[in-house]
Design a protein. Structure first.
Length: 79
């Protein structure tokens, strides 16, 4: 088997090649994902909701997660 020759790799970095002029200026109209609002609904896009939590619903969800983890822990100890 022949040793690897980096000269035969077309994807290697070529310091002599000038790529600075290829990109052009940044244009928000051409890349809207890059220039979105940094808030959560802005990052998720249209239709993203960030409503206030319903305290009782949130508490039941938390208790459900704790109960599930308790059941999994009990099943591991019993097996």
């Amino acid at each position: 088997m022949a040793p690897l020759d980096p000269a035969n790799d077309p994807d290697r970095f070529d310091a002599g090649r000038d790529t600075a002029g290829d990109a052009g200026p940044l244009d928000p109209a051409q890349d809207p994902d890059r220039f979105r609002s940094p808030t959560l609904p802005g990052l998720l896009g249209d239709g993203a909701q960030e409503d206030e939590r319903d305290g009782l619903e949130w508490l039941f969800g938390l208790l459900g997660v704790v109960a599930f983890l308790g059941l999994v822990t009990a099943a591991i100890y019993l097996l």
